[in-house]
Design a protein around this ligand. Sequence first.
Ligand code: RIB
Length: 329
Amino acid sequence: MLKPIIVVGSINLDLVARVERIPTLGETLTGTSFQTFFGGKGANQAVGVARLGHAVSMIGRVGDDEFGRRLRQGLKGAGVRATAVKRTPGVSSGVALISVASRGPNAIIVIPGANATLAPQDLENELPSFASAGMVLTQLEVPLSVITFLADITSSNHIPLILDPAPARRLPASLLRKVTWLTPNETETCALCGVAPGALNPQSAARYAARLLEKGPQNVVIKLGARGAFWATADGATTFVPAFRVRAVDSTAAGDAFNAGLAVALMNGKSPPGAVRFASAVAALSVTRIGAQPSMPAAKEVAKFLASRSRRGRDRINEQHPPLNPAGV
Ligand code: RIB
């Protein structure tokens, strides 16, 4: 039996407004619908892993409120072990205000609430679980002190750590050196490299991946959204995996779906390029559905999707993609 995955991260209730396009500064728009979904980058990744059939437990914090009760119940209902999801008295649960435009792009404001009260002590209390973990996933919606302590635990126990550096921010080299897989999107890559947003494209991905690798992680996967994903490793191997072409309705949590897929594929012994392809399929399926956690596909759906795409031969986006210049110049 494969070792379980542990996710350390945020748990939010997503308040989602659908609107024709994302409003500009100072603009008021009339939306088309409002819904709530279980979200939070950590919880989304944990639910993504559970849907793919892998044993997973979550370490996080919710508020001592009705949202917190629902969020914890939602995790359990999805098959995530939630005994290490604790309530923080007197604090509200994390909430995300999300605008989703009609073709899928979104804008998110997160109010951390109880997520900001997660502490290194919460990890200390779970040390026996880490001893039997096969992989650990985390993101940046909980305090950095927790992430750095987590990286100390995983590196000293030789447990692979996947860090999704989201939301975007600069990170200390001492942390990045302990990361096995760093999986930034375009904005996060620019923030980590200290360059203006928009500097990245598929042609320059190799250059930025090399800059990230210099900071110490063993592998980098730059998530380029609808264009694909670029994997590079410290020993010089690289692969560009074009995105699967799908009809997107909501890109919320696509990055979380990708990371869940990457973790499960690696745990099942797939090669890094094979794992990135599997992760891309999980993310592609997630954007065809509305909401964060409800969009996470089951293992059977991913298998069917990949089989249908293999039968069709190369995905069309593959053929349309400009050739990648490995030097990125
Ligand atoms: O990655 C998507 C998630 O970001 C949403 O579910 C929201 O809660 C924010 O954490």
